[in-house]
Design a protein around this ligand. Structure first.
Ligand code: NAD
Ligand code: DAU
Length: 336
């Protein structure tokens, strides 16, 4: 049995990753998570006893991180770094928090990985490449220049640069993945898909920023998780792998699919205040991951994935309902 330290393992993608790892490997998983508002420790409670350990703490706490990384002494042990402040809208109001967690936190982990010579996988986002136009069919590749737009994506870009520098300058054994918009179980109700699903389940109207023409490249959380495991197990040190499932759709198209799946009128949409600096389109080419590591997404049909996600939120009302009121009150204050 080997050990994996997973930062942010109580968050949306991190928890889906922990669940995937426990199903697919015999690893013992140590989750380091600060349990911010975005965390769902509930996502870890039904897992096999003795195989998951939750340590509540901050990735910027160098002493704690050093102790935990120091436990990774086996040849196949590793560190997977999900922990981040992840919401673009929040980064517009409190950018300092994003610099601390996303940049300083990654620095602290890199220094510990360097001291203890532990392999590290850094989880990042396609947003570091900035926006694409709606007309141009181009997609991001691993060679696209960095051009982040928001405080969130700028701090993720900064973290990516640190990881690359630590590989080159100090020989840290690290890999990176930059994934597109992820949806599925355990995503916080502040994010686009769960916000619409839960609002519609409560009988409300969908809330689309601006025109709704903005395009995202959707991938299911289980596929994001399987891609991260593939890179951790088979990726080449120092390499970046883009992760996506050819799921481009405009926000209005996603909302219309949700309305139809829920038997609602296509007109049940409010166009609300737009996000400052809102990126128009993200789309990526995951060919390197597919051809080099043989990875394939299990969820290839976005509409089917959305239908399953609606079912999941219907069955987990007790988890999301207590969070919903405060999130909607904050959006209402901003005209969103
Ligand atoms: P999330 O906000 O749902 O979860 C983040 C987790 O990190 C939470 O459990 C939170 O408690 C924890 N955390 C935050 N600050 C911390 C700190 N200082 N110390 C320790 N733990 C801390 O985020 P997510 O959507 O699961 O994203 C996880 C990672 O995946 C992030 O690095 C994000 O940039 C990346 N990513 C997400 C998506 C997406 O669409 N969700 C797509 C591409 C990449
Ligand atoms: O591309 C990967 C990124 O995807 C991740 O790095 C981020 O962590 C993750 O939050 C996500 O970023 P986005 O900003 O694209 O996701 P969000 O869910 O906030 O919004 C998706 C799109 O929907 C975006 O165009 C804004 C829009 N939107 C969002 C909300 C919450 C709406 O139209 N209405 C809404 O209510």
């Amino acid at each position: 049995m080997h050990r994996l330290l997973v930062t942010g393992g109580a968050g949306f993608v991190g928890a889906n990753f922990v669940r995937h790892v426990l199903e697919r490997t015999d690893a013992h998983v140590i989750v380091l998570d600060k349990l911010t508002y975005a965390a769902s420790p509930e996502a870890l409670t039904d897992l096999p006893q003795g195989r998951v350990e939750l340590v509540i703490g901050d990735v910027t706490d160098a002493a704690l991180v050093d102790t935990l990384v120091g436990r990774l002494t086996g040849p196949d042990d590793g560190l997977v770094h999900f922990a981040a402040e992840s919401h673009n809208d929040t980064s517009l109001r409190d950018p300092g928090l994003f610099v601390q967690t996303n940049v300083v936190g990654t620095f602290v982990l890199l220094e510990a990985a360097r001291r203890h010579d532990v392999r590290l996988h850094h989880v990042s986002t396609d947003e570091v490449y900035g926006e694409l136009s709606l007309e141009d069919p181009a997609r991001f590749t691993e060679h696209t220049a960095y051009r982040p737009s928001s405080p969130y994506s700028a701090t993720k870009a900064g973290a990516d640069h640190l990881v690359r520098a630590w590989v080159r300058s100090f020989g840290v054994r690290a890999t990176l993945s930059n994934c597109s918009n992820t949806y599925g179980p355990w995503q916080h109700v502040e994010k686009f898909v769960p916000r619409q699903v839960t609002t519609l389940l409560e009988g409300g109207r969908a809330k689309v920023y601006g025109t709704g023409e903005h395009v995202r490249d959707w991938i299911h959380a289980q596929d994001h998780a399987s891609a991260v495991l593939a890179v951790l197990e088979r990726g080449r040190i120092g390499e970046t792998y883009l992760v996506g499932a050819d799921g481009q759709a405009s926000n209005l198209e996603v909302v219309r699919a949700l309305l139809e799946l829920l038997g609602r009128s296509a007109d049940d949409v409010d166009h609300v205040a737009d996000r400052a600096g809102h990126d128009l389109r993200y789309a990526l080419d995951a060919n390197k991951l597919r051809t080099e590591l043989g990875w394939e997404p299990a969820h290839q049909d976005l509409r089917a994935g959305l239908a399953a996600t609606i079912d999941w939120y219907r069955e987990h009302r007790g988890w999301w309902a207590p969070k919903k009121g405060a999130v909607e009150a904050a959006y209402a204050e901003r005209g969103q």
